[in-house]
Design a protein around this ligand. Structure first.
Ligand SMILES: Nc1ncnc2c1ncn2[C@@H]1O[C@H](COP(=O)(O)OP(=O)(O)OP(=O)(O)O)[C@@H](O)[C@H]1O
Length: 238
């Protein structure tokens, strides 16, 4: 099987605190995965492993054909360029408008043609359903949901095969959260794999997907079919 992410016997610890003792996980190309678990259970840590912001103390991690567990420092920008990473607090550059935020990432990742960059910005704004006028706006002039759409556009600049989203709706109200989930669903429908850490269990009802639960230094892997069965049983029981 063609995996976009593969973790083998991975141990994670911060100083003496073991967060995961031995986790193994494969994610197929095109999959959408939720990462659930209580605060402090290690969701962000798993995501950080994938973009080499945290290194395992044992085990093998492969992402997008990169052997991340033994990656050299100079290869890390290439790994990150092959991914789209999205955070709860958007992390837009607050001193530039939306266009400049997107162009900044394009230039940093090797884009040079001004026309190509401007065309791509228009395509991205269409994709995330923001009007063209948004280009001129500063981040503080946008709502949280609009800022997250810009952050998603930024993550898509280099057509990544995998989107890593850490609590992407954590700062948004339920209605806006659902619209952002819908956007992730559409991106996934086009073939991009998504792994999303979230506290919003309601997402499973709206868009049931395979779910990884972090608890007690282990992970529990619940297939999409099992998630669906649990939801059906819940509905039957009232
Ligand atoms: N840099 C660090 N140094 C030491 N301990 C850390 C560090 N980062 C995280 N931890 C600890 O590791 C554990 C897992 O943290 P992590 O942020 O991965 O959890 P989480 O499930 O994402 O939490 P939340 O839902 O609150 O975002 C926590 O106990 C946290 O305190």
């Amino acid at each position: 099987m063609n995996h976009i992410v593969s973790l083998r016997n991975v141990k994670v610890k911060y100083e003496d605190a073991v967060i995961f003792s031995n986790i193994t996980l494969d994610i197929a190309k095109g999959e959408f995965i939720y990462l659930l678990g209580p605060t402090g259970s290690g969701k962000s840590s798993i995501l950080k492993l994938l973009y080499a912001d945290l290194h395992p103390s044992e085990g093998v991690i492969k992402v997008n054909d990169f052997n991340v567990s033994s990656i050299e420092e100079k290869q890390i920008p290439f790994l990150r360029r092959s991914l789209g990473v999205i955070f709860q607090d958007f992390e837009l550059l607050t001193d530039r408008n939306v266009l400049e935020n997107l162009i900044f990432v394009m230039k940093a990742t090797g884009w040079t043609s001004k026309t190509s960059m401007l065309n791509k910005v228009d395509d991205l704004l269409d994709l995330v359903k923001l009007p063209k006028i948004t280009k001129e706006k500063m981040p503080h002039q946008l709502s949280g949901g609009e800022q997250q759409r810009v952050a998603i556009a930024r993550a898509l600049v280099n057509n990544p095969d995998l989107i890593i989203a850490d609590e992407p709706t954590g700062n948004l109200d339920p209605k806006v959260s659902r619209s952002i989930l819908q956007l992730f669903t559409e991106i996934n429908d086009k073939g991009t794999s998504i792994i999303m850490a979230t506290h919003q269990h309601s997402f499973l009802k709206i868009n049931p997907q395979r779910t990884i639960i972090c608890e007690g230094s282990e992970i529990k892997d619940i297939s999409k079919e099992q998630v669906q069965q649990k939801l059906d049983l819940g509905n039957q029981n009232g």
